[in-house]
Design a binder for this molecule. Structure first.
Ligand code: GLY
Length: 345
Protein backbone atom coordinates (compact mmCIF):
# COMPACT_ATOMS: atom_id res chain seq x y z
CA UNK A 1 0.00 0.00 0.00
CA UNK A 2 1.24 3.47 -0.83
CA UNK A 3 0.11 6.62 1.00
CA UNK A 4 0.55 9.46 -1.48
CA UNK A 5 0.15 12.79 0.30
CA UNK A 6 -0.71 15.98 -1.56
CA UNK A 7 -1.06 19.42 -0.06
CA UNK A 8 -3.07 22.41 -1.26
CA UNK A 9 -3.37 25.87 0.27
CA UNK A 10 -5.59 24.74 3.17
CA UNK A 11 -5.51 21.01 3.11
CA UNK A 12 -3.51 17.79 3.17
CA UNK A 13 -5.07 14.75 1.50
CA UNK A 14 -4.00 11.11 1.47
CA UNK A 15 -4.42 8.95 -1.63
CA UNK A 16 -4.12 5.37 -0.43
CA UNK A 17 -3.11 3.30 -3.44
CA UNK A 18 -3.72 -0.41 -3.00
CA UNK A 19 -5.54 0.08 0.33
CA UNK A 20 -8.64 -2.02 1.04
CA UNK A 21 -12.16 -0.82 1.86
CA UNK A 22 -11.87 -3.19 4.84
CA UNK A 23 -9.45 -0.71 6.45
CA UNK A 24 -11.79 2.31 6.31
CA UNK A 25 -11.77 2.58 10.10
CA UNK A 26 -8.10 3.64 9.95
CA UNK A 27 -9.06 6.82 8.09
CA UNK A 28 -12.65 7.76 9.01
CA UNK A 29 -14.30 8.00 12.45
CA UNK A 30 -16.79 5.23 11.67
CA UNK A 31 -19.04 5.82 14.68
CA UNK A 32 -19.72 9.37 13.33
CA UNK A 33 -19.74 8.48 9.61
CA UNK A 34 -22.47 8.18 6.97
CA UNK A 35 -22.12 6.68 3.50
CA UNK A 36 -23.22 7.83 0.03
CA UNK A 37 -23.07 5.26 -2.77
CA UNK A 38 -25.02 4.12 -5.85
CA UNK A 39 -27.16 1.06 -6.62
CA UNK A 40 -24.56 -1.08 -8.40
CA UNK A 41 -21.76 -0.42 -5.94
CA UNK A 42 -24.18 -1.10 -3.10
CA UNK A 43 -25.40 -4.35 -4.62
CA UNK A 44 -21.87 -5.69 -5.23
CA UNK A 45 -20.01 -4.43 -2.16
CA UNK A 46 -22.46 -3.62 0.65
CA UNK A 47 -21.27 -6.67 2.60
CA UNK A 48 -17.89 -4.87 2.87
CA UNK A 49 -19.42 -1.53 3.93
CA UNK A 50 -19.20 -0.53 7.59
CA UNK A 51 -22.58 -0.78 9.30
CA UNK A 52 -23.56 2.90 8.98
CA UNK A 53 -26.52 4.84 7.49
CA UNK A 54 -26.31 4.72 3.72
CA UNK A 55 -27.82 7.00 1.04
CA UNK A 56 -28.16 5.28 -2.34
CA UNK A 57 -27.92 7.60 -5.33
CA UNK A 58 -29.47 6.78 -8.72
CA UNK A 59 -26.96 5.91 -11.42
CA UNK A 60 -25.89 7.97 -14.42
CA UNK A 61 -25.05 11.57 -15.29
CA UNK A 62 -28.77 12.55 -15.07
CA UNK A 63 -28.60 12.01 -11.31
CA UNK A 64 -25.69 14.40 -10.91
CA UNK A 65 -28.05 17.24 -10.10
CA UNK A 66 -28.98 19.78 -7.46
CA UNK A 67 -32.14 17.79 -6.76
CA UNK A 68 -30.02 14.75 -5.77
CA UNK A 69 -27.98 17.04 -3.53
CA UNK A 70 -31.18 18.43 -2.04
CA UNK A 71 -32.37 14.88 -1.26
CA UNK A 72 -29.03 14.23 0.45
CA UNK A 73 -29.43 17.41 2.56
CA UNK A 74 -32.90 16.19 3.64
CA UNK A 75 -31.41 12.80 4.48
CA UNK A 76 -28.61 14.49 6.49
CA UNK A 77 -31.24 16.46 8.42
CA UNK A 78 -33.30 13.28 8.99
CA UNK A 79 -30.21 11.57 10.38
CA UNK A 80 -29.29 14.58 12.55
CA UNK A 81 -25.96 15.03 10.79
CA UNK A 82 -23.85 18.00 11.83
CA UNK A 83 -20.27 19.18 11.52
CA UNK A 84 -19.08 16.52 13.97
CA UNK A 85 -19.93 13.85 11.37
CA UNK A 86 -17.89 12.47 8.48
CA UNK A 87 -19.22 11.64 4.99
CA UNK A 88 -17.81 8.70 3.00
CA UNK A 89 -18.53 8.44 -0.75
CA UNK A 90 -18.14 4.88 -2.05
CA UNK A 91 -18.34 4.72 -5.84
CA UNK A 92 -17.14 6.14 -9.13
CA UNK A 93 -16.84 9.70 -10.41
CA UNK A 94 -20.51 10.68 -10.06
CA UNK A 95 -20.80 9.42 -6.47
CA UNK A 96 -17.54 11.17 -5.52
CA UNK A 97 -18.49 14.47 -7.22
CA UNK A 98 -21.97 14.57 -5.62
CA UNK A 99 -20.75 13.41 -2.19
CA UNK A 100 -17.95 15.98 -2.14
CA UNK A 101 -20.36 18.76 -3.12
CA UNK A 102 -23.10 17.79 -0.63
CA UNK A 103 -20.56 17.42 2.19
CA UNK A 104 -18.75 20.66 1.29
CA UNK A 105 -21.92 22.76 1.34
CA UNK A 106 -24.06 21.25 4.12
CA UNK A 107 -23.73 23.37 7.28
CA UNK A 108 -20.83 25.14 5.50
CA UNK A 109 -18.83 21.95 5.21
CA UNK A 110 -18.45 18.48 6.67
CA UNK A 111 -15.23 16.48 6.30
CA UNK A 112 -15.39 13.75 3.68
CA UNK A 113 -13.38 10.96 2.07
CA UNK A 114 -13.81 8.49 -0.79
CA UNK A 115 -13.52 4.82 -1.55
CA UNK A 116 -12.98 5.06 -5.27
CA UNK A 117 -14.39 2.03 -7.11
CA UNK A 118 -13.65 2.74 -10.79
CA UNK A 119 -10.39 3.17 -12.68
CA UNK A 120 -11.59 6.58 -13.90
CA UNK A 121 -12.29 7.86 -10.41
CA UNK A 122 -9.05 6.40 -9.00
CA UNK A 123 -6.86 8.15 -11.58
CA UNK A 124 -8.91 11.31 -12.08
CA UNK A 125 -12.28 12.20 -10.58
CA UNK A 126 -11.73 11.54 -6.89
CA UNK A 127 -8.28 13.16 -6.70
CA UNK A 128 -8.09 16.93 -6.86
CA UNK A 129 -11.13 18.27 -5.02
CA UNK A 130 -13.38 19.27 -7.93
CA UNK A 131 -16.84 18.53 -6.54
CA UNK A 132 -20.10 19.45 -8.18
CA UNK A 133 -23.15 18.75 -10.26
CA UNK A 134 -24.45 19.45 -13.77
CA UNK A 135 -26.84 22.34 -14.23
CA UNK A 136 -29.14 23.35 -17.06
CA UNK A 137 -27.38 21.11 -19.59
CA UNK A 138 -23.89 22.24 -18.55
CA UNK A 139 -21.52 19.67 -17.09
CA UNK A 140 -20.11 20.46 -13.64
CA UNK A 141 -21.52 23.99 -13.78
CA UNK A 142 -22.14 24.21 -10.01
CA UNK A 143 -19.49 23.07 -7.58
CA UNK A 144 -16.65 23.69 -5.20
CA UNK A 145 -12.93 23.12 -4.95
CA UNK A 146 -12.61 21.22 -1.69
CA UNK A 147 -10.23 18.36 -1.04
CA UNK A 148 -11.18 14.98 0.48
CA UNK A 149 -9.42 13.81 3.65
CA UNK A 150 -8.52 10.57 1.89
CA UNK A 151 -9.13 8.54 -1.25
CA UNK A 152 -8.91 4.76 -0.92
CA UNK A 153 -8.00 3.18 -4.28
CA UNK A 154 -8.86 -0.47 -3.70
CA UNK A 155 -7.50 -2.51 -6.63
CA UNK A 156 -9.78 -5.47 -5.85
CA UNK A 157 -12.80 -3.32 -6.67
CA UNK A 158 -11.59 -2.84 -10.26
CA UNK A 159 -12.23 -6.54 -10.99
CA UNK A 160 -15.99 -5.94 -11.29
CA UNK A 161 -15.64 -3.13 -13.88
CA UNK A 162 -17.13 -3.60 -17.36
CA UNK A 163 -14.74 -3.18 -20.30
CA UNK A 164 -16.46 0.13 -21.17
CA UNK A 165 -15.96 1.47 -17.64
CA UNK A 166 -12.35 0.23 -17.60
CA UNK A 167 -11.50 2.02 -20.87
CA UNK A 168 -12.82 5.29 -19.42
CA UNK A 169 -9.92 5.10 -16.99
CA UNK A 170 -7.40 4.09 -19.67
CA UNK A 171 -8.13 7.28 -21.62
CA UNK A 172 -7.26 9.45 -18.59
CA UNK A 173 -4.15 7.37 -17.86
CA UNK A 174 -2.91 7.85 -21.44
CA UNK A 175 -3.70 11.59 -21.14
CA UNK A 176 -1.49 11.84 -18.03
CA UNK A 177 1.42 10.20 -19.89
CA UNK A 178 0.98 12.51 -22.89
CA UNK A 179 0.91 15.71 -20.86
CA UNK A 180 3.79 15.00 -18.53
CA UNK A 181 5.68 11.73 -18.69
CA UNK A 182 7.49 10.50 -21.82
CA UNK A 183 8.77 7.38 -20.03
CA UNK A 184 5.23 6.43 -19.00
CA UNK A 185 4.15 6.96 -22.64
CA UNK A 186 6.92 4.63 -23.87
CA UNK A 187 6.00 2.05 -21.23
CA UNK A 188 2.32 2.17 -22.25
CA UNK A 189 3.30 1.82 -25.92
CA UNK A 190 5.35 -1.28 -25.07
CA UNK A 191 2.75 -2.85 -22.76
CA UNK A 192 -0.64 -2.37 -24.40
CA UNK A 193 -1.56 -6.05 -24.01
CA UNK A 194 -0.80 -5.88 -20.29
CA UNK A 195 -3.08 -2.87 -19.91
CA UNK A 196 -5.89 -4.52 -21.86
CA UNK A 197 -5.49 -7.70 -19.79
CA UNK A 198 -5.60 -5.65 -16.55
CA UNK A 199 -2.15 -6.94 -15.51
CA UNK A 200 -2.04 -5.99 -11.84
CA UNK A 201 1.62 -4.96 -11.69
CA UNK A 202 1.45 -2.75 -14.77
CA UNK A 203 -1.91 -1.34 -13.67
CA UNK A 204 -0.41 -0.45 -10.31
CA UNK A 205 2.39 1.43 -12.12
CA UNK A 206 0.06 3.49 -14.36
CA UNK A 207 -2.41 4.21 -11.54
CA UNK A 208 0.40 5.37 -9.26
CA UNK A 209 2.03 7.54 -11.96
CA UNK A 210 -1.35 9.05 -12.88
CA UNK A 211 -2.11 9.98 -9.28
CA UNK A 212 1.41 11.38 -8.81
CA UNK A 213 1.07 13.52 -11.95
CA UNK A 214 -2.41 14.75 -11.10
CA UNK A 215 -1.74 15.46 -7.42
CA UNK A 216 1.48 17.30 -8.26
CA UNK A 217 -0.45 19.58 -10.65
CA UNK A 218 -3.31 20.07 -8.16
CA UNK A 219 -0.97 20.97 -5.31
CA UNK A 220 0.59 23.69 -7.50
CA UNK A 221 -2.69 25.03 -8.95
CA UNK A 222 -5.74 23.79 -7.05
CA UNK A 223 -8.15 26.37 -8.50
CA UNK A 224 -7.15 25.95 -12.17
CA UNK A 225 -5.64 29.37 -12.74
CA UNK A 226 -3.03 27.97 -15.15
CA UNK A 227 -1.14 24.69 -14.80
CA UNK A 228 -4.21 22.58 -13.95
CA UNK A 229 -5.68 23.39 -17.37
CA UNK A 230 -3.22 20.81 -18.75
CA UNK A 231 -5.50 18.13 -17.29
CA UNK A 232 -8.10 19.20 -19.87
CA UNK A 233 -5.95 17.83 -22.72
CA UNK A 234 -8.33 16.20 -25.23
CA UNK A 235 -11.38 17.28 -23.24
CA UNK A 236 -12.56 20.34 -25.22
CA UNK A 237 -13.60 18.26 -28.22
CA UNK A 238 -14.58 15.34 -25.95
CA UNK A 239 -17.12 17.47 -24.05
CA UNK A 240 -18.59 18.79 -27.31
CA UNK A 241 -18.95 15.22 -28.63
CA UNK A 242 -20.51 14.05 -25.36
CA UNK A 243 -23.06 16.85 -25.64
CA UNK A 244 -23.94 15.78 -29.18
CA UNK A 245 -24.17 11.98 -29.07
CA UNK A 246 -24.29 9.16 -26.55
CA UNK A 247 -20.71 7.96 -26.14
CA UNK A 248 -18.59 6.84 -23.22
CA UNK A 249 -16.34 9.49 -21.67
CA UNK A 250 -13.22 7.43 -22.44
CA UNK A 251 -14.01 7.14 -26.15
CA UNK A 252 -14.83 10.83 -26.41
CA UNK A 253 -11.53 11.66 -24.67
CA UNK A 254 -9.67 9.29 -27.02
CA UNK A 255 -11.07 11.18 -30.03
CA UNK A 256 -10.20 14.48 -28.33
CA UNK A 257 -6.62 13.29 -27.69
CA UNK A 258 -6.13 12.29 -31.33
CA UNK A 259 -7.52 15.63 -32.50
CA UNK A 260 -5.37 17.71 -30.12
CA UNK A 261 -2.30 15.72 -31.21
CA UNK A 262 -3.10 16.41 -34.87
CA UNK A 263 -3.47 20.13 -34.12
CA UNK A 264 -0.07 19.97 -32.34
CA UNK A 265 1.44 18.33 -35.45
CA UNK A 266 -0.22 20.89 -37.73
CA UNK A 267 1.50 23.59 -35.67
CA UNK A 268 4.79 21.65 -36.10
CA UNK A 269 5.15 21.16 -32.35
CA UNK A 270 5.24 17.36 -32.63
CA UNK A 271 5.80 15.44 -35.87
CA UNK A 272 3.04 13.95 -38.03
CA UNK A 273 4.61 10.55 -37.28
CA UNK A 274 4.21 11.15 -33.54
CA UNK A 275 0.58 12.21 -33.99
CA UNK A 276 -0.02 9.03 -36.04
CA UNK A 277 1.60 6.94 -33.32
CA UNK A 278 -0.67 8.54 -30.67
CA UNK A 279 -3.69 7.71 -32.85
CA UNK A 280 -2.40 4.14 -33.26
CA UNK A 281 -2.07 3.71 -29.47
CA UNK A 282 -5.56 5.15 -28.86
CA UNK A 283 -6.91 2.58 -31.30
CA UNK A 284 -4.95 -0.25 -29.68
CA UNK A 285 -6.20 0.81 -26.23
CA UNK A 286 -9.74 0.80 -27.70
CA UNK A 287 -10.38 4.33 -26.52
CA UNK A 288 -11.79 5.53 -29.84
CA UNK A 289 -14.82 4.57 -31.86
CA UNK A 290 -16.17 5.51 -35.26
CA UNK A 291 -18.91 8.05 -34.64
CA UNK A 292 -21.46 9.42 -37.03
CA UNK A 293 -21.94 13.06 -36.28
CA UNK A 294 -21.62 16.10 -38.50
CA UNK A 295 -19.10 18.82 -37.79
CA UNK A 296 -21.78 21.49 -37.50
CA UNK A 297 -23.38 19.76 -34.47
CA UNK A 298 -19.97 19.45 -32.80
CA UNK A 299 -19.22 23.11 -33.47
CA UNK A 300 -22.61 24.14 -32.11
CA UNK A 301 -21.95 22.11 -28.94
CA UNK A 302 -18.51 23.70 -28.66
CA UNK A 303 -20.14 27.13 -28.66
CA UNK A 304 -22.81 26.08 -26.15
CA UNK A 305 -20.00 25.10 -23.80
CA UNK A 306 -18.81 28.67 -23.97
CA UNK A 307 -19.50 29.56 -20.35
CA UNK A 308 -16.14 31.36 -20.63
CA UNK A 309 -15.56 35.07 -20.85
CA UNK A 310 -14.62 35.79 -24.44
CA UNK A 311 -14.30 34.13 -27.81
CA UNK A 312 -11.12 32.29 -26.97
CA UNK A 313 -10.24 29.13 -25.16
CA UNK A 314 -7.15 27.90 -23.31
CA UNK A 315 -6.51 24.97 -25.60
CA UNK A 316 -4.04 22.28 -24.51
CA UNK A 317 -1.35 21.28 -27.03
CA UNK A 318 1.70 19.02 -26.98
CA UNK A 319 5.08 20.70 -27.24
CA UNK A 320 6.50 17.19 -27.14
CA UNK A 321 5.15 13.83 -26.10
CA UNK A 322 5.13 14.10 -22.30
CA UNK A 323 5.20 17.91 -22.33
CA UNK A 324 1.94 19.86 -22.72
CA UNK A 325 1.19 23.59 -22.59
CA UNK A 326 -1.85 25.81 -23.14
CA UNK A 327 -2.36 28.29 -25.92
CA UNK A 328 -5.22 30.78 -26.07
CA UNK A 329 -6.93 30.25 -29.43
CA UNK A 330 -10.20 31.50 -30.87
CA UNK A 331 -13.23 29.25 -31.25
CA UNK A 332 -13.20 30.10 -34.98
CA UNK A 333 -9.67 28.73 -35.31
CA UNK A 334 -10.64 25.60 -33.40
CA UNK A 335 -13.59 25.11 -35.74
CA UNK A 336 -11.28 25.38 -38.75
CA UNK A 337 -9.12 22.65 -37.25
CA UNK A 338 -12.21 20.48 -36.70
CA UNK A 339 -13.10 20.81 -40.38
CA UNK A 340 -9.56 20.12 -41.50
CA UNK A 341 -8.38 17.46 -39.09
CA UNK A 342 -11.19 15.63 -37.33
CA UNK A 343 -11.83 12.48 -39.31
CA UNK A 344 -14.04 11.17 -36.51
CA UNK A 345 -16.50 14.07 -36.58
N1 GLY B 1 -10.34 16.30 -14.45
C1 GLY B 1 -9.62 17.50 -14.58
C2 GLY B 1 -9.27 18.14 -13.27
O1 GLY B 1 -9.50 17.56 -12.23
O2 GLY B 1 -8.78 19.24 -13.26
Amino acid sequence: MQDLVYTTENHTSHVLIGESIQNLSKYAPLNRSVIITDHSVHSIYNNQFPDRPCFILGEGEHNKTLSSVSRIYDWFIGNEIDRSHFVIGIGGGIVCDVTGFAASTFMRGLPFGFVSTTLLSQVDASVGGKNGVNYSGYKNMVGTFNQPEFVICDRNMLASLSDAEYTNGLAEIFKHALISDRTMYDNIKANIAKLLNRDSEFLNYVITRSIEIKSDIVSKDEKEKGLRRLLNFGHTLAHAIEKTITISHGKAVGIGIIFASKVSAELELITQKEAEEIEFICNELQIVSEIKVDNSSIKEALHKDKKKSDNTIHYVLLRNIGDAFTEQISYEKLEDYIDALCKYC
